[in-house]
Design a protein around this ligand. Structure first.
Ligand code: URA
Length: 206
């Protein structure tokens, strides 16, 4: 299920982010702002339960989010998407997953995974700024399922129709949240119009 998070401030930030003249420090700040602006939509349907709470005057009822939250940035570009989520969900744990392309088979393969042992009891939000072919996202979700994750959603900055279709076809139940659905992929797997290589632009390696 695809959710495009539409908001004028996100749209303006994204416009500035696409500009090839946007330097890395500014790029990082803008990605952080967009990810924070996405948090209310990405988390809008979290399950909650009623709890008793005390005010200085009396006992009343309040709300608690039922499950703890684990944020899972896909290395490396997902790291740039993490801080904006942590700004609004500081109580979240952070798991890390590394997915790289095997240069022989050309398949994406997970090479690193570190998560809290109680992963099955948590709400998992997988983070990757670019959902391009969907290969990394599919391998990340498959690996997290194999590790016991059950309540999982995916958030990105820019998605391609091909990436959305691939992820939905592999995991029809998954909710995909993106700030923008772009037009297509080019023959090198880059999203068009896109914003180039998000990892390189975030970390100044271009
Ligand atoms: N990864 C990126 O960083 N950019 C794309 O356009 C596609 C994949």
């Amino acid at each position: 299920m695809l959710h495009v998070v539409e908001h004028p401030l996100i749209a303006e930030e994204l416009t500035k982010l696409r500009d090839p003249g946007c330097p890395s420090p500014e790029f990082r700040q803008r990605v952080r702002r967009i990810s924070s602006l996405m948090v209310p939509s990405v988390t809008a349907n979290l399950e909650t339960e009623v709890v008793e709470c005390a005010t200085p005057l009396e006992i009343t009822s309040g709300v608690r989010v039922s499950r703890g939250i684990i944020l899972v940035p896909i290395l490396r570009a997902g790291l740039g998407f993490l801080d904006g989520f942590l700004d609004l969900i500081p109580q979240a744990s952070v798991a890390h997953i590394g997915v790289a392309r095997n240069e022989v088979t050309l398949e994406a393969e997970p090479y690193y995974l570190k998560h809290p042992p109680t992963i099955g009891e948590h709400e998992i939000i997988v983070l990757d700024p670019m959902l391009a072919t969907g290969g990394s996202a599919i391998h990340a979700v498959r690996t997290l399922h194999a590790a016991g994750a059950r309540h999982l959603r995916f958030a990105c900055l820019v998605a391609s129709p091909q990436g959305v279709a691939a992820l939905e076809s592999a995991f029809p139940e998954i909710h995909i949240h993106t700030a923008c659905l772009d037009r297509c992929l080019n023959d090198r797997g880059y999203i068009l119009p896109g914003l180039g290589d998000a990892g390189d632009r975030l970390f100044g390696t271009c």
